[in-house]
Design a protein around this ligand. Structure first.
Ligand SMILES: Nc1ncnc2c1ncn2[C@@H]1O[C@H](COP(=O)(O)OP(=O)(O)O)[C@@H](O)[C@H]1O
Ligand SMILES: O=P(O)(O)O[C@H]1O[C@H](CO)[C@@H](O[C@H]2O[C@H](CO)[C@@H](O)[C@H](O)[C@H]2O)[C@H](O)[C@H]1O
Length: 501
């Protein structure tokens, strides 16, 4: 170990676990350790559930040797399945073991009593390079299938670097050529991100990353394969939309914007982002189809929005005073369709926000097409009005503005604004920045051929309300200090106002 986060793998010897028979005791040890380790992971979705048992569904040695790399899928006692890449090194955990402390899952024992360290391998470049070789070979490995997209070029030997951000999955960059997404929550069925990236690639000239390869398995999932990893083209960028937008929003809140751009320099970028979104929507409609929403679909959609609200109400008490207004917004959507104005529906991104856009040299590139994590693929695949993505991105401008306000005033933003004149002025600036960015985004979206979202106010309000409810639940589970941001939006929307205040 030479420094934090930089494990130097011990030279690999061919005496680690290599066969399925050798593996059972190691996997047993892993399952014993996981109930106390898993709940601390950001990507673990069972927060609030008291985890007592983890069972293996699949374990394959994808990189043999010492240390070895196990690719595993495990089921927790609430029925969810998670993927883990596990490094198996001989000896006890601790300084000198060659594994960073924060990667250690725990210490187990081999059947003959020797100590064994099990660790989260997504920060071990050597093991990940070994995994990349599997994609290059594109051959099965036990119950795992490694597939390569037609004509994809996968150079071997690229240096692996795991991203450290807060994520639903785990991403590993290979040089500046490829990005590997290690999916965490594993579900059976065709993966929506893989499907969508392939469709966008077929369309050509769309601001998205080319899919290169993927791993799947049918083990224990019946006939339906489950996707475990996706390798895609790396998009070199000067940052994502969230970091660029929040820097601009902060400057606007502090009043340090250029006089020529008093609401911040993000408007041009917001407009280009609107254009990129419209191009992606057009390509998805062309490749995967579009049709008019039917009355049963409108009813199903309304029921789905109400069901999400009910789920969130059970966990986020702050939503309760808004429930009536939200139900009205959802009913209005169904009525608008019934009164004879059914919108077109198509495949959409499903979880669009500023963090899902990378500012590349060629403009904005959209990423992460898997849809909202945690929902079954069938649900994520359902055709929806494209304005659903627009609503989600508009919510993101509100997030960026109010997060910037919180950074300047302290969290929760809004606490001081009702009793402090200075704070109220800064809050007005934040709202003006968000409104300005929203307008620019909608203008760009419309200029690139998308339907002007402002001509569908009922749909826009219902989808913004739904997204804000989803966000409230997401924040309550993952980042409670951020909860006031979506809650404030829910309050405004429930009372007929705009999502940004
Ligand atoms: N194709 C790509 N090229 C470059 N960076 C990427 C690419 N895909 C993802 N990333 C980076 O990885 C991060 C997480 O990826 P994302 O697909 O959003 O994962 P998650 O599903 O876990 O949210 C992104 O915020 C971005 O910084
Ligand atoms: O992990 P994913 O990127 O797939 O998406 C989940 O996490 C997002 C946060 O990382 C969350 O987005 C929410 O917070 C963003 C700021 O961090 C904000 O820009 C978004 O508008 C807001 O929805 C996303 O909802 C969740 O699915």
């Amino acid at each position: 170990m030479t420094g934090p986060g930089r494990p130097v793998a011990a030279p690999r010897r061919p005496d680690g676990p290599t066969a399925q028979d050798d593996l059972a005791p190691t996997v047993d040890e892993l399952c014993r350790l996981l109930p106390s380790w898993l709940p601390g992971r950001r990507w673990y979705a069972g927060k609030g559930h008291r985890l007592s048992e983890v069972r293996p569904l699949l374990a394959e040695v994808v990189v043999p040797g010492t240390p070895a790399l196990l690719q595993t899928v495990l089921r927790t006692d609430d029925g969810a399945c998670y993927q883990l890449l596990v490094g198996v090194a001989p000896g006890p955990a601790g300084p000198g073991a060659g594994v960073p402390a924060d990667a250690v899952i725990g210490t187990g024992r081999t059947p003959d009593g020797r100590p064994l360290t099990l660790y989260e391998a997504s920060s071990d470049p050597e093991l990940l390079s070994g995994l990349l070789e599997r994609f290059v070979a594109a051959e099965p490995c036990g119950a795992l299938e490694f597939h390569r997209a037609p004509e994809a070029v996968i150079p071997a030997g690229a240096r692996a670097r795991a991203l450290t951000g807060e994520q639903s999955n785990t991403s590993v960059a290979f040089g500046d050529r490829m990005m590997l997404k290690v999916l965490r929550r594993i579900m059976p069925g065709a993966n929506t991100e893989l499907e969508t990236l392939a469709a966008l690639e077929r369309a050509g000239d769309v601001p998205s990353a080319a899919p290169l390869a993927w791993t799947q398995t049918t083990a224990r999932h019946g006939a339906e394969p489950a996707t475990l990893c996706i390798l895609q083209e790396f998009v070199a960028s000067r940052g994502d939309g969230w970091s660029i937008a929040t820097a601009q929003a902060r400057a606007c809140v502090r009043g340090t914007c250029e006089p020529v751009a008093p609401l911040g320099g993000f408007a041009d970028d917001a407009m280009l982002l609107g254009r990129a979104t419209a191009r992606v929507h057009r390509a998805l409609a062309e490749q995967l189809g579009t049709r008019t929403m039917s009355l049963p679909e409108a009813a199903e959609l309304t029921d789905a929005l109400v069901a999400r609200l009910d789920e969130a109400l059970a966990e986020v008490p702050g939503l309760a005073p808004c429930a009536r207004g939200l139900r009205t917004a959802y009913r209005d959507l169904r009525e608008a369709v019934r009164r004879g104005n059914p919108p077109p529906v198509q495949r959409v991104h499903g979880d669009l926000h500023l963090g899902q856009a990378l500012r590349a040299e060629r403009g904005w590139v959209l990423i992460d097409f898997e849809g909202e994590p945690g929902h079954p693929f069938e649900e994520r695949r359902r055709p929806r009005p494209a304005v659903r993505d627009v609503a989600a991105m508009l919510r993101s401008f509100d997030y960026a503005a109010h997060h910037a306000l919180g950074e300047v005033l302290g969290f929760p933003p809004g606490e001081r604004t009702s009793r402090d004149v200075h704070a109220a002025r800064l809050a007005r600036r934040a709202s003006a920045w968000a409104a300005h960015s929203r307008r620019a985004f909608c203008a760009g979206y419309t200029a690139a051929g998308g339907q002007d979202p402002r001509t569908s106010p009922v749909l826009l309000r219902a989808f913004e309300a739904d997204k804000a409810v989803y966000e409230a639940l997401y924040e309550a589970r993952n980042r409670p200090e951020w909860l006031p941001i979506p809650l404030a939006a829910v309050r405004r929307l429930a009372h007929g106002g705009q999502s940004t205040g």
